[in-house]
Design a protein around this ligand. Structure first.
Ligand SMILES: [Zn+2]
Length: 202
């Protein structure tokens, strides 16, 4: 390998350490997460260490995990929002000033890496591109396949506040008050069918 992961810093840590964080979290070095690592690293550098940035991510796949691993932003703390647009792009921003930066995978910049391009565009079956080959290309490409831009947020910048809750008279569970007097599930919009035997918690 030409790469010496521990001589390169990403997200404030040696690259090798970041790759181990990904592997420990995911069970393997998921290529989308490794690409995401470089994206988070670039966005962090652009926004600067003095900003406690919130994040917005434009795909449900892989990239939210990179943000959760390498920034303080998580779904659970409300600092990260996910848009289901299937765009491999993210923004970090200061929610007070609404200024931030967006980083995205630039298809034109990917053209010099045809295998990476085919993988990214889902044009090549997984078995035809071994993981170590793909990872080698991603590590070589790094930021070279990314573009970035300064942005001002126009929506989605506020953190989602907790709202009031009601207790559903049917199931007796607390739920978001804005959904009405009966919870979504008991209104018939649930995602499950309960089975007769209650086996948990009785
Ligand atoms: Zn209910």
């Amino acid at each position: 390998m030409v790469h010496e992961p521990d001589n390169i810093m990403t997200c404030g840590k040696p690259l090798g350490t970041c790759l181990r964080i990904i592997e420990n979290f995911h069970g393997w070095k998921a290529p989308g997460l490794v690409l995401g690592l470089f994206m988070v690293d670039l966005a962090q550098e652009l926004i600067g260490p003095q900003v406690e940035a919130d994040a917005i991510v434009e795909t449900c796949h892989c990239l939210p995990d990179a943000i959760q691993l390498f920034t303080p932003c998580t779904v659970g703390n409300g600092w990260m929002k996910i848009l289901d647009w299937d765009k491999f792009a993210l923004s970090l921003y200061d929610r007070r000033t609404k200024h931030g930066c967006r980083v995205w995978v630039d298809l034109e910049k990917m053209r010099p890496y045809p295998k990476l391009y085919k993988w990214y565009m889902r044009l090549i079956p997984k078995k035809e591109l071994p993981l170590d080959v793909l990872l080698g290309i991603i590590l070589e490409a790094g930021r070279h396949v990314l573009s970035s831009q300064a942005i001002t947020m126009t929506q989605f910048h506020d953190r989602v506040k907790k709202t009031g809750i009601n207790v559903c008279p049917v199931c007796n569970e607390a739920f978001k008050a804005t959904q009405g007097s009966i919870c979504r599930a008991c209104q018939g919009n649930g995602y499950y069918e309960g089975h007769r035997a209650k086996v948990v918690g009785n």
